[in-house]
Design a protein around this ligand. Structure first.
Ligand SMILES: Nc1ncnc2c1ncn2[C@@H]1O[C@H](COP(=O)(O)OP(=O)(O)OP(=O)(O)O)[C@@H](O)[C@H]1O
Ligand SMILES: [Mg+2]
Length: 255
């Protein structure tokens, strides 16, 4: 199977700082890959490169097997890659539909004055939220009134409006309570069931164990370990992240 997303030897420096060094990474259709690592390991840099916010110094990125130049967020979106950033970038005073279509509003034809087609957007909003099992009492209340889990649902729903092959999530469960965290892990499960490739950054090792088919560990910009679901212990992850000692089971360390 050709991976949906494939990075080969991707490197990035900021001045003298080595943010990423020859990182290989792939995400298959219907696969959730978790990206973990200590502060400064290079996780956000990798996500920014794949979302077209930063460009790599060297290395290659392929989307569905084809070399991709992700020069801007728009180029990444056109290549089928959408990102949910940690701050969610929701507009509190706008409602669910307005947030879902922010920057991608549906307009009527020129002869009608290109008015925003609210009913078209509402229908699609309903479909997208349903596909994620996000339940809202109303589509027209400002999202400031929603729970953290629902807000994450809207942010993920916004990424899905353009039906991307790959979804990147930066710390989707940070700052959420236990039940809302469960909701978000369910959202990720939905994305997997839809056959998308999911790359998720997380600091929460419980979440990682629960949701990830594969875990990629970065340390100081380099990929230091990769584990498959069930093939590692929490201690394996921690020692790979900190470099305390190399993983002992056969699953780890396949660089
Ligand atoms: N725009 C930038 N300018 C200079 N240095 C940067 C820039 N962005 C990232 N870095 C540096 O690159 C390295 C990797 O940073 P990055 O934000 O990717 O780490 P991270 O794994 O996301 O960390 P965290 O868990 O704290 O979010 C760090 O040393 C960081 O200081
Ligand atoms: Mg980060």
């Amino acid at each position: 199977m050709t991976p949906l997303l494939q990075l080969t030897k991707v490197s990035k420096h900021f001045g003298g700082v080595r943010a990423l060094h020859e990182v290989d990474l792939s995400v298959d259709a219907g696969e959730v890959v978790a990206l973990v690592g200590d502060n400064g390991a290079g996780k956000s840099t990798l996500v920014k490169i794949v979302s077209g916010v930063e460009s790599p110094d060297t290395g290659e990125i392929r989307v569905r097997g084809e070399a991709a130049r992700l020069e801007s967020p728009r180029a990444a979106a056109e290549a089928g890659i959408r990102t949910v950033f940690q701050d969610l970038s929701l507009c509190d005073n706008l409602d669910a539909v307005q947030n879902l279509f922010l920057g991608q509003e549906r307009y009527g034809p020129v002869w009608s004055g290109r008015r925003v087609r609210r009913h078209v957007m509402e229908e699609q909003a309903q479909r997208v939220l349903e596909s994620l099992s996000v339940k809202l009492r109303a589509l027209n209340t400002p999202v400031v009134a929603l729970s953290g889990g629902q807000r994450q649902g809207i942010a993920i729903g916004r990424a899905l409006i353009s039906d991307p092959a790959v979804v990147l999530l930066d710390e989707p469960t940070a700052a959420l309570g236990v039940s809302q965290r469960g909701e978000v892990l369910d959202l990720i499960q939905r994305l997997r069931e839809q056959g998308r490739g999911v790359l998720v950054i997380s600091h929460d090792m419980k979440d990682v164990r629960q949701v990830a088919d594969r875990v990629v560990v970065l340390r100081l910009g380099a990929k230091v370990a990769e584990f498959r679901r069930g093939g590692y212990t929490p201690a394996d992850l921690v020692s790979a992240m900190t470099g305390a000692h190399e993983p002992t089971d056969g699953e780890g360390g396949d660089l």
